[in-house]
Design a protein around this ligand. Sequence first.
Ligand code: SAM
Length: 276
Amino acid sequence: MASTPDGLPPLRDVVATHGLAPKKALGQNFLFDLNLTAKIARSAGPLEGFTVFEIGPGPGGLTRALLAQGATRVVAVERDPRCLPILAEISAHYPGRLEVVEGDALETDLAALAKGAPAKIVANLPYNVGTQLLINWLTADVDHPFWTSMTLMFQKEVGQRIVAVPGSNHYGRLGVLAGWLTHSEILFDVPPQAFTPPPKVTSSVVQLEPLEKRLPCHLARLERVTHAAFGQRRKMLRQSLKPLGGEALLERVGIEPTRRAETLSVAEFCVLAEAL
Ligand code: SAM
């Protein structure tokens, strides 16, 4: 068998030995290139002293990179039981540092698993649930996020929606939520050929860090406003926000009723939400 920097077998051999055929329904597009998984792990910054949550470790390429990079404790949440024997081998190679939680990440309370220790989330996310997972982590506790950074792979289009600024086509509810709570940026793109099997689209690694000071705003009200405004994004706000007070509400906060949702800054959305 070929050797690897961490002394564990190459990922292609691991997958072949364990007969882990990728399942589309589980969003299984695996990364076998250890240089790429190391690059993603490095992007997350120092890992010593942190609990690092990884969602969907699969055959463990990124998991191994996180451990090799010095993560004190990795907690990996995986839904596919076929991956567990592979992850057990990695755990034995790094005694006491890898915990595997078998289950659905959508139902897993990462904040509780962090037990108050500083935490980072680093993952090549299953695309079918990636956006919902991000929203769950962003909104778990907007005043006291349990994570100090998130380094996440999404489809490029989702990455563009997360970092979008007013006036861009990608700007919408996700951009407002992420912009209210975080500083976010796309670190780099990853082409389809880097994955096995290759997905149809390019992917992007996105980094999010909580803002030290966020604008005062009530989450549920902000979501009501952005839901109404972007639900009819081509319409003027006086029309799309009619159920919430329309023209009167807009005039009260000094926003021109003929503007459209995509022109409003995050701060303007917050002002609107607070005026509801
Ligand atoms: N981290 C591996 C890599 O980079 O090669 C695999 C990434 S693959 C894109 C997504 C992984 O998430 C798969 O291992 C899949 O089984 C797992 N998965 C899918 N849905 C999940 C869910 N709801 N909760 C936890 N894991 C899930």
